[in-house]
Design a binder for this molecule. Sequence first.
Ligand SMILES: [Fe+2]
Ligand SMILES: [Fe+2]
Length: 338
Amino acid sequence: MHRQNIREINGFLKGYKHVSEMAGEAIFIHSTHGNIFDVNTIAEKLTGYKRNELLTMNVRQMHTRPGQKVASRALDMIDRTEIKVDFDSHIKRKDGKIIDVRIIGNKFKFKEDFFVIGLVKDTTPYEKNLKRKPESGVVRNVRARSFLNPLGKVYVEPIQVLVELAESRDFYTMEHSAKVANHVMHLANSIKLPKKEVETLKLAAMLHDIGKIGIRTEILMKAGGLTSAEYEEIKRHPLLSVEIIKSIKTVKGLIPTVRHHHENYDGTGYPDGLKDGKIPIGARILALCDVYDALISERAYRRAFSHSDTIKIMKDKKEKKFDPMLLKKFLLYATSQN
Ligand SMILES: [Fe+2]
Ligand SMILES: [Fe+2]
């Protein structure tokens, strides 16, 4: 590990740390062997250790004994081959108290070194809301994602860590962005959008809901209906997404698509109430794929709809919500998938 790189990575990750503080979740940046290089203030609160104590530690040390086994296995996997690990464990705080946590580790490359961003969340408040409890003490779902690294690279792009951070707050929307990106790619290709635009759109799909990071978890995970004040808060997320994207130079071109992904074709959407052709084509494509994935997936407040019910709901809303030409194309594609 190059010392200079460690210093630089800390600067590089400043923006991410800011976002993670906003999300209220603990972040650990460490080597693929577990040596900690940086943490945010939430990590200090979660573990009871001060930052300079944590910087001398290895992530393994924080786990209880059975947790240490799982953590070691996860580290081994990420060190050798995997892009991402995701598991449940128990952490022993400095004061001796034991807490249940869920950990998501993403490997990424900076200059010539590999790093891991570990997102650690106290799962106690989430479990109350879940019908399915996460399994304890096992490494679950060791997955590789390839949306932003089609060349078969064995790490995620740092931007994807932000997506993970946003999605991991709500178990029901995990992988939503990746699934939407896949639909978007098919729909955009079917109307023969230029290749470059398809790539931009895919990235916009990955990042469209990233602003949910700034929405309170109780609202995101609420099992019943939302009050109108809560709905207003949810409606802020496209603008929050834009705020985050603005800070990342390379992805500024995505802003219109992300900003308008909740506009309706009849002008009743948000944040700007744009109508038909005024809504950027990318945002019209994204809106369709977004609604489809939301309906066909389980949410905190309802079960998943079947494919045929999803199609029916989308057809019923067609005049109001969607670009009719795109809807037609999308339905052909979605039906061929089922
Ligand atoms: Fe959204
Ligand atoms: Fe979405």
